[in-house]
Design a binder for this molecule. Sequence first.
Ligand code: PEP
Ligand code: MN
Length: 340
Amino acid sequence: MIIVMNNSATDEEIDFVVSRIKEKGLDASISKGTEKTVIGAVGDERLLDPKLLDNLPGVEQALRIVKPYKIVAREWHPEDTVININGHPIGGKNIQVISGPCSVETPDQMKNAAEGVKAAGVKLMRGGAFKPRTSPYSFQGTGFEGLEMFRKAADNAGLPIVTELLDVRHLDKFLEHKVDVIQIGTRSMQNFELLREVGRLKVPVILKRGMSATISEWLMAAEYIASGGNHNIIFCERGIRTFETYYRNVLDVTAIPVLKKETHLPVIIDPSHSGGKAWMVAALSRAGIAAGADGLLVEMHPTPSEAWCDADQAITPTELKELMKELTAIANILGRDIAK
Ligand code: PEP
Ligand code: MN
């Protein structure tokens, strides 16, 4: 069961609800979000009557939720959640595009990439300083030096940054560099310790879908983050593994309406890692936005053929600009706005 407290609930009121839950032999886990505090009652729910909790001071609603995810479920939060990324809203009517290179390479490359992002009217920039590569002998990223390069280039262009966190030991430096959105990659979706750590923060998190994860596993991974108090979670569908070998992964467009039904949190797609080829990016992006996605995470490189990582799938700054035009038209038909 979850007990949703009023925005103005006091610590005493929260403690009182917790004591009621404990009296019945259940455990209470408190998740303090920026807007609301949610208390999860864990244990034999049959011993707890939601009506008794409903009437306690400070309680907005007590709900029996049978699903294994609660805070991320639409059941307790019927409206779409809008997440604010340094003044840029995502979710609800607001579509956001996040673009930049797969990996941070050099100051010049990042400067040119930031200019490309700006010129296309994109408001948020991506770039990986730490790269999770299949082979230990492949380029592993430029690390903290890269993070610094990224921060500088993005600051000069006035862009918030999105970058992948691979290891909990890097977290302090990420916070020092004021990373605006932490990306949890497909290979880390079930790294529960990593999820718990970002769950203690308020920094928005992009949670990519594990390449073979079910929707339910993905939602439960998000619940790990949410249960720690960080409700600023953005789901990212990045293509799943199937029997098909023509392309890198299969963009699971079906997951978009399903997630929209199951969760109130924003859902974006990554058309780059889905198809693995630059020429597929526009088509997959259009499909994602048409299906109701709240944004894109798309790889763009100032000179794709020279990219140190994922060169095949990077689009050019000019292609990004074109794509923004097409997506704006689709968004408008759907009565939505694309930040530009
Ligand atoms: C990335 O976005 O740079 C990345 C490595 O993606 P994924 O985790 O989806 O493979
Ligand atoms: Mn990549």
